[in-house]
Design a protein around this ligand. Structure first.
Ligand code: DC
Length: 227
């Protein structure tokens, strides 16, 4: 069973996906963290993120693993869970994640991790490219102001002080890059259910998705019994 959760940065998809995975007892896979870890590897090797060939070669050699909760991420065995949330990685990740070779390797790894287990997988292209046959697909959206305010709170928790205006500008820049790239741009899969979380709290978002998955799964089972 694959539950695909896509959406732009700050839409609330990470917190929602974690909560849904916990409630359903499924594996949680944060594919954004994988692109961030790849970017951290590129920066650690002092490679210019605009150098597509060098970036692609570097990403080809890295190993990425998660702990059993899916919350800690390891790059070549080293815990990089904090590093990947830093400014430098955030500023370069859209460039690195736009390269076809990088995406190819990440998608291969993602299918390997989540392909044989019940999983909640969150990202930008999960319902469209990574798992186009996912059992459930959600596309999470929220207003840009709400997304910026949520991001500000997250950053404050990490000790980073940034104005809402600066965050709005950064989100717009990343939205434009993520949505306009040639390979696997951020788009809603036709068969995904759109969830606008602007005026929802985390519990409501999680409950809505869990209820939807449970109701539909129960209906499918009943149908199968009746066949
Ligand atoms: O969800 P996030 O902000 O941690 O994602 C970081 C970046 O990774 C984001 O700018 C776009 C990219 N990304 C992607 O291209 N495809 C995915 N499936 C997930 C993330």
């Amino acid at each position: 069973m694959i539950v695909a959760i896509d959406g732009p940065a700050g839409s609330g998809k990470s917190t929602t996906a974690k909560g849904v995975a916990e409630k359903l007892g499924y594996l949680y896979l944060d594919t954004g963290a994988m692109y961030r870890a790849a970017t951290a590897a590129v920066l650690a090797a002092s490679i210019d993120s605009d150098d597509e060939l060098a970036v692609s070669d570097c990403v080809e050699t890295i190993e990425i693993d998660f702990d059993e909760t899916g919350r800690l991420i390891f790059l070549n065995g080293e815990d990089v869970s904090q590093t990947i949330r830093g400014q430098e990685v955030t500023q370069n990740v859209s460039t690195v994640s736009a390269y076809p070779q990088v995406r190819k390797r990440m998608v291969f790894m993602q299918r390997g991790i989540a392909g044989h287990r019940d999983s909640v997988v969150e990202g930008r292209d999960i319902g469209t490219v990574v798992f186009p046959d996912a059992d459930f697909k959600f596309f999470i959206v929220a207003s840009i102001e709400e997304r910026a305010e949520r991001r500000q709170k997250d950053l404050a928790g990490l000790g980073v002080d940034q104005t809402v205006n600066d965050i709005v500008e950064d989100l717009k820049r990343r939205d434009a890059l993520d949505s306009s790239r040639d390979v696997s741009p951020l788009t809603k899969s036709e068969d995904a259910l759109e969830v606008d979380t602007t005026s929802m709290n985390i519990k409501q978002q999680i409950d809505l998705i869990v209820r939807h998955v449970r109701d539909r799964s129960a209906r499918k089972e009943t149908q199968a019994i009746g066949e």
